[in-house]
Design a protein around this ligand. Sequence first.
Ligand code: MLT
Length: 305
Amino acid sequence: MYKIRTYNTIAVEGLDQFPRAQYEVGSEIAQPDGILLRSATLHDLTFPTGLKAIARAGAGVNNVPVERCTESGIVVFNSPGANANAVKELVMAGLLLSSRGIYAGLSYTAGLSEVTAEDMGPLLEAEKKHFKGQELMGKTLGVVGLGAIGSSVANMALGMGMKVIGYDPAISIDAAWRLPNQVQKAENLQQLLSRSDYISLHVPAIEATKNLINSTSLASIKDGAKLLNFARESIVNTADALVALNTGKLSAYVTDFPSPELINRPDVIALPHLGASTREAEDNCAIMGARQLIEFIEHGNIRNS
Ligand code: MLT
């Protein structure tokens, strides 16, 4: 029997397929063999004696002190691909919300409760010109970061008739995760930005990606491009993105990481970090993390799936 400490964001019930492990929430297990967590931060954690591995049920490990773990011989897992579909589907929503008058149209119709049935039709016909959008088909989506999520987004966009151009600051496009041949290869970030109508970010939050989108890189984008950030807040310099919005260089910013200055702008769609918030993705990540921990604790196997 192994002891796995979980934090209260993990649904322990979903893990009963691993009967050899005992799960307890938070510090109730004083000396766990492994830790399984979602978004709780472990940066202040004093490692319990005997801790062998930490599994982050999700893609980003920025809430785990990876360097300290490495120094202490504690293996850190993430769950690559386990929530890619959830993020991909929300990127699709972000593309549509930033292109069609959905949000403004909904706000408008929400104010029509007093209008009579007779007046409604003519009124909508007269007003709908204010909510005209643009189609995605034929537009170019630049995908920055070609791991499980970025590649999944690329596939989805191709399916919607978009052209896709890809770039990854860390891996070659040939090494990218299940990337279809139709994806064009950008030699560098600047080239991707200059060719894209939409830019979707899928890189991890590491030192090398901090402020990757800043005033310099934003200067390369097409006028009126739309930026989507379902990766991490640190990748986009918010002040520089606001300047780009104010000058019209960016026509929309869809972000899963809102900061106060982005709230209540018609050109910003701000979501409360919902990228992987689906029942399916949470189950997939928790199950992958539990499997990784058990295989490592039991057999010393390191798996990234
Ligand atoms: C991830 O890192 O997998 C996503 O951002 C969602 C999450 O934080 O769980």
